[in-house]
Design a protein around this ligand. Structure first.
Ligand SMILES: [Zn+2]
Length: 55
């Protein structure tokens, strides 16, 4: 496995080369949604009702 040097900009976990600079496809989608301005259903990253992410 190859890990990138910088952590995931979305959640701060170690990023994987497989997902570029993100740790997972989900985080990549979150970033993409931000770029697109949230046109599509945006994975809510500020709402507490969203699926909890265990540390
Ligand atoms: Zn992440």
């Amino acid at each position: 496995m190859t890990a990138t040097e910088k952590p995931c900009p979305i959640c701060g976990r170690p990023a994987l080369a497989e997902f570029r600079r993100f740790c997972s496809r989900r985080c990549a989608n979150v970033d993409l949604s931000r770029w697109l301005g949230g046109v599509y259903r945006v994975p809510a990253d500020d709402q507490p009702e969203d699926e909890p992410e265990p540390e």
